[in-house]
Design a protein around this ligand. Structure first.
Ligand SMILES: Cc1cc2nc3c(=O)[nH]c(=O)nc-3n(C[C@H](O)[C@H](O)[C@H](O)COP(=O)(O)OP(=O)(O)OC[C@H]3O[C@@H](n4cnc5c(N)ncnc54)[C@H](O)[C@@H]3O)c2cc1C
Length: 424
């Protein structure tokens, strides 16, 4: 990484430079909070390193994966968010960390890089979809971890409908209109619920019989949504079945052939369009940066969200493995934790700038909601089970709160109108 390239980052040389790598939920929240709350005497310079000009709001992907192609709904443009804030955004990748030199190297993945020194570094580079080595799975399934994935799913759905419209045999049409989602966690349920609700209308619009549609969920364990209370899981399953979604539980996928998923119990499941929502793993590049990682590849952090042995480096969001001292479990990869970790880190950086001692991170979870189709949901809040329309309102409200926190009233109002238009 010793080669240099022409600086693309207009960094100053005076302030205490906070370099934030990754402009997702965690990095964007941190940059906004720091920029708004800092005082001139803190003498901070905030530099965000992010290759994409917009944040992909992953928790909103279910709204765009099916239906009219409006993937831009999931994109929050950084130039809009940082318009009047003292944040320098470098549209580059973090490629290397030299902790002993307090410097990072940024630039294209292959090629010359620019050296940027830091006072504090915050790594928030997120996670990627994890695809297990099941034969045929990676070749035939689309994952659901980016706007590009949602666009690919839309493309495959459209292709299946166009092909089905040319077929006379009802069996062939049913096989062509078979949509299978693997994974009964929150992401899988959100995607299969959206398919179950939206595809019948799409079939009717195309002049096809919605009775030819086959929407299925495959989950290796005997139940879905293990993070939710059993009552809420049962409600979600009933709702899916009422939509016509077939639940195939209790058998793992053995292999995938073109158009077919073969289960360990021998069952063959038609899957013209196959979506894999079976999990995620931390940004795989992070293990190259010389910091401590756990055995799942997430960056280890202490109670203050700092990398052990590196007091100047914080790690937050999905890439970080924070162990909850109350449960002794590592926090799951959720936007709500990523946002809270970012808020705590903003607070601690401001305290450090003022020469004050920093505070430990205490995770709290006040609720969790999963959509089952665009207009219905299940979840809990403050130990109370919530389902139906109130649950979906609560889920969508969390989006509005996020937009408000990073973009103020203007962004929250604009996005709320767009979301309401998509809900119709
Ligand atoms: C379909 C789906 C639905 C979800 N629903 C929910 C939900 O309802 N509720 C919930 O709480 N969570 C949900 N999640 C999880 C949530 O989206 C993640 O927990 C959250 O995105 C984590 O935020 P983050 O900032 O750590 O990572 P991200 O938001 O993924 O951001 C990471 C950023 O780092 C950038 N980056 C990567 N590598 C580099 C590099 N080398 N240099 C610089 N930048 C880099 C990426 O471009 C990206 O912008 C969902 C996830 C998915 C996929």
């Amino acid at each position: 990484m010793s080669q240099m390239h022409a600086p693309t980052c207009q960094t100053s040389v005076t302030g205490r430079r906070v370099v934030i790598a990754g402009g997702g939920y965690a990095g964007t929240t941190l940059a906004v909070k720091l920029a708004r709350r800092q005082k001139p005497t803190d003498d901070l310079e905030i530099v965000l390193i992010e290759p994409n000009p917009c944040q992909q709001a992953l928790s909103e992907l279910d709204l765009v994966a099916v239906g009219p192609p409006r993937p831009e709904f999931c994109e929050l443009w950084h130039p809009t968010v940082f318009k009047n804030l003292p944040v320098t955004v470098c549209y580059e990748r973090l490629n290397d960390v030299k902790a002993e030199e307090r410097a990072v190297y940024i630039g294209p993945r292959e090629g010359p890089n620019e050296r940027v020194e830091y006072w504090r570094l915050v790594i928030a580079t997120g996670a990627v979809a994890f695809v297990p080595p099941v034969p045929g799975l990676a070749e035939h399934a689309v994952t659901m971890w980016s706007v590009a994935d949602a666009q690919e799913l839309q493309r495959r759905i459209d292709a299946a409908f166009k092909r089905a419209a040319t077929l006379y045999s009802p069996e062939q049409r049913a096989r062509t209109l078979s949509f299978t989602v693997i994974g009964g966690g929150a992401t899988g349920i959100e995607i299969v619920g959206t398919l179950g609700q939206m595809l019948p209308r799409k079939a009717r619009d195309a002049g096809l019989d919605s009775k030819d549609l086959r929407v299925r969920l495959v989950e290796g364990r005997p139940d879905i949504l293990y993070d939710l209370p059993p009552r809420q899981r049962a409600k979600a399953a009933t709702r899916l079945e009422r939509m016509g979604v077939e639940l195939l539980l209790g058998s793992m996928v053995e292999r995938v052939e073109p158009g077919t998923v073969v289960l360990e119990n021998g069952e063959r499941v038609d899957a013209e369009v196959l979506v894999f929502c079976g999990g995620a793993k931390a940004d795989p590049d992070a293990i190259e940066w010389g910091l401590e990682v756990d055995n799942s590849g997430r960056l280890v952090c202490d109670e203050y969200l700092r990398s052990p042995a590196h007091e100047n480096i914080y790690v937050i969001g999905d890439v970080a493995a924070f162990r909850d001292p109350e449960t002794n479990h590592t926090l799951p990869m959720l936007a709500q934790y990523a946002i809270r970790e970012a808020e705590q880190t903003a607070e601690n950086l401001l305290r450090e700038a003022k020469g004050q001692s920093i505070l430990p991170f205490t995770p709290h979870m006040h609720g969790e909601f999963v959509s089952v189709g665009p207009r219905w949901g299940v979840g809990w809040m403050f130990k109370l089970n919530v389902s139906g329309v109130p649950a979906i309102i609560m889920k969508r409200l969390t989006y509005v709160m996020y937009w408000f926190s990073v973009g103020g009233m203007r962004l929250a109002w604009k996005r709320t109108r767009e979301m309401l238009a998509m809900q119709r």
